[in-house]
Write a protein that binds this ligand. Sequence first.
Ligand SMILES: Cc1cc2nc3c(=O)[nH]c(=O)nc-3n(C[C@H](O)[C@H](O)[C@H](O)COP(=O)(O)O)c2cc1C
Length: 355
Amino acid sequence: MKKLFEPAKFGALTLKNRIVMAPMTRNRATVTSIPTEVMAQYYSQRAEAGLIVVEGTSPAPEGVSYIRMPGIWSDEQIDGWAKVNRAITANDGLAVLQLMHGGRISSVHNKPYPGVRTVGPSAVLAAGEVWTDAAGMQQFDMPEALSSNEVQEAIIQYGVAAKNAIAAGFAGVEFHCTSGYLPMQFIGVNSNLRQDEYGGHLEGRLRFPIECMLSMANAIGAEKVGLRICPGNPFNDIDDPDPIATYTHLLKSITHLPWAYLHIMKSPLPNIDAFKLAKEHFSGAIILNDGFTPETAENALEAGLGDAVSFARSFIGNPDLVSRIRSGQALAKFDRKTLYTDGAKGYSDYPTFSG
Ligand SMILES: Cc1cc2nc3c(=O)[nH]c(=O)nc-3n(C[C@H](O)[C@H](O)[C@H](O)COP(=O)(O)O)c2cc1C
């Protein structure tokens, strides 16, 4: 396990090792999207990671998809995140915040305040359901189509959220551009029926994610901004007929700036080698993800497929994952039933190997 333990410099980020904690929504914020004490504990316990990508966090009230999902638009939220970051840095950790606008993947029951709308590129319902504490499983809302002005506002909100993340002590942000949330809703041909410059042909459908990236780069510097993609991911009802063309175009369009990293997930489609596509079209640092074990991660770095590997599920039951990998200890399992429940149980109460 030599490669995984080498330090690295990704844009403005200095990692003490190449084991990254992947973002995981765990629904432990308040119902008004304010980070809590238990989140500070949970993340600080995992500060051995070379980089923690903190869970999907909304830049605006409309972007909240899930109940108790955190936000980064208010002073109270910035204060809450500052506490999380103080706990992480006290344990010598480094964190970036994943910015996630859920768009149409939402229910009014999960919004932080009454009257907050569910929005999308177009008024097209996504197939599927979402958990709400108020009314159990609910169909996704029919989204309201964002007006041209509102599209501009959403792009600006990403820049403001990035600034807020820095004010809260994060080293940078990661743009969540996968899993069927708002940026991917602009990319999908089924979810984006817009007639303006943010729809239609590929260039139009990619305009929103690209302008969001530029908005964040203008706000805090590209070297503090990472991008997460998963070419061909149909999750949350997205249809992209030509993912290779889409992501090649996306990466080529942003290559002029020195981004912190590209966080690339394996494609679910057998004909797409997402890691190869990343290498071909992205010149900065690459974080590989999805389904890695410590052994396959080390091999992938040895083979030069990327510069770091992220682990999600392995970090749930193993707060000391890095130590366990270093010393070859077995990895603990986790309880699925407490993945998204409130409070410390099944969240910040997993023991370290040494107890
Ligand atoms: C409980 C849970 C929550 C997740 N939440 C997010 C999220 O907020 N943002 C994101 O980009 N991916 C999210 N993912 C996906 C993970 O980051 C990761 O891509 C996936 O679990 C595969 O990595 P693994 O095999 O190491 O678990 C989540 C996964 C899990 C299991």
